[in-house]
Every structure is written in structure tokens, then in C-alpha cells.
Design a protein around this ligand. Structure first.
Ligand SMILES: [Cu+2]
Length: 133
């Protein structure tokens, strides 16, 4: 008598799909931005400051929605324990090189109302979603 084996390994397929999803999450924009905004210390204007902490593979905040005025200055104050690249999915896209250090400031503004994600490229997560209006 023969024994029929009908079991199949489904785990591999699931893993492959998950990986594909991760890779697709970030559109491949070539790093081209020569980080313009240096503008000195723009004290005095209104602005939104977002403190970002990345530690042990976890980012805070994680996916929070932040209201920002059109053209308003947004400053990320970043503390990270890894080298990373943050993307602002605005048009044009903005990218910031993050070092494994604390108290790194990145400022930018978005003129066009809409919803834009700020993403950690290394960790593949959305840090905040900016509601510009
Ligand atoms: Cu991105």
C-alpha cells in the first residue's frame, strides 16, 4: 500500500509576498536632492517640530498624522541608533541622510496641500503622515 502525501509548504510563498510588499512600499526615486534648505536659524516663524526617535529597530512616532500649513516649516529632530534615510513623499520628493546620532535637525516645507508620508527607508515604516492644508 502506498501513502499519499498531500501536504504542501505554504510558508515560503507567504514570506515572498510579504517581502515583495515591503520593497514596493517605497517608490524608487533616485537620490538627487542636493538638500537645499539650509536657511540659517529661521527663528520667529511658526513651524512644526516633530521629534523622531529610532532605537532597536523601532521608530516613534509611528504613522501619526500631523497637521501642517502649506509652506509652513517642518523640522524633524531625529535621534537614531542606525544610519538611515528618511523620505518625504512630497513632489519633488525630499530625502534626508540620517546618521546614528542624536539631535539631528532636518527642515523642509511643502507648498501643495495634500497628504504626504515621511518614511524611514531603512526600517520600511511610515514615521508620520503630514496633512498639508
Ligand atoms: Cu520613500
Amino acid at each position: 500500500m502506498s501513502v499519499t502525501l498531500t501536504r504542501r509548504v505554504a510558508g515560503l510563498t507567504a514570506a515572498a509576498v510579504a517581502l515583495a510588499g515591503l520593497l514596493a512600499a517605497c517608490s524608487d526615486g533616485s537620490p538627487d536632492a542636493t538638500s537645499g534648505g539650509n536657511g540659517g536659524d529661521g527663528s520667529g516663524g511658526d513651524g512644526v517640530t516633530i521629534e523622531v526617535t529610532a532605537q532597536d529597530g523601532e521608530v516613534s512616532p509611528l504613522g501619526d498624522t500631523v497637521q501642517v500649513g502649506a509652506g509652513e516649516e517642518v523640522t524633524l529632530i531625529v535621534e537614531s541608533d542606525i544610519a538611515d534615510e528618511y523620505h518625504v513623499h512630497s513632489d519633488p520628493e525630499q530625502e534626508f541622510e540620517v546618521a546614528p546620532a542624536e539631535d539631528q535637525k532636518f527642515s523642509f516645507s511643502i507648498d501643495t496641500p495634500g497628504s504626504y508620508e515621511v518614511e524611514s527607508h531603512e526600517l520600511g515604516v511610515t514615521i508620520v503622515k503630514l496633512e498639508v492644508g
